[in-house]
Design a protein around this ligand. Structure first.
Ligand SMILES: O=C(O)CCC(=O)C(=O)O
Length: 193
């Protein structure tokens, strides 16, 4: 599948404002046929990992499956080569890492958090492409009384978050009763060095 940037003209929805573009939702960033193909290829080709983490004094499973790849990796599994090029072209940013999340059903989630910024290139965005079933993202200011925003992440959409917004806002995917189908997110980042 060849992605042709410019074929679709998504209308961005601004969710948070800041000097670096804030947090924006871009529906239909990836054509529907490509988004479906990327979803199927990701399910099949990615070596999904179940991680454990310490919670208080015991080990618990992270409630989703994970994977990470560098753009320069040899034998980058499909669809990641195509996805890197598409998202770099879409946003004009030098994305060189992708973190993948597989939410198997509505019991899988990620808690509200800001991304770790130590290894990221300051000023460059983070782009999260959604594939598969629709899930809701919550975005909450870290301090103050600003409003919480919820956005339904449709397949083929992209959330673009500024580097600056990681210091001011948290984002997460809450559990959602009744969801039986999987969702995959591809979180593209610009690592320094
Ligand atoms: O799956 C998502 O849309 C969010 C992923 C996320 O927050 C992360 O990878 O840090």
């Amino acid at each position: 599948m060849v992605f042709q940037p410019g074929l679709f003209a998504p209308e961005p929805v601004s969710l948070v404002n800041d000097a670096e573009g804030g947090i924006r939702y871009l529906p239909d960033s990836i054509p529907a046929i490509a988004a479906q193909q990327w979803f199927e290829q990701s399910l099949e080709n990615i070596g999904w990992i179940s991680q454990q983490r310490m919670m208080y004094d015991r080990e618990v499973a992270v409630p989703r499956l994970l994977a990470t790849f560098a753009r320069e990796a040899e034998d980058l599994p499909a669809p990641l080569g195509e996805a890197f090029e598409a998202v770099r072209a879409l946003l004009g940013a030098p994305f060189n890492r992708v973190g993948l999340n597989l939410y198997r059903d509505g019991n899988d989630s990620v808690a509200l958090h800001g991304d770790k910024t130590e290894k990221l290139l300051p000023g460059q965005p983070i782009a999260i492409v959604s594939l598969g079933t629709c899930r809701r993202m919550s975005i909450r200011p870290k301090a103050g009384s600003g409003r919480i925003v919820h956005v339904e992440l449709e397949p083929g959409s992209c959330i673009v978050m500024s580097y600056a917004s990681q210091f001011t806002h948290e984002h997460g995917i809450p559990k959602l009763a009744g969801v039986t189908e999987p969702r995959i997110s591809l979180a593209f980042r610009c690592y320094a060095g």
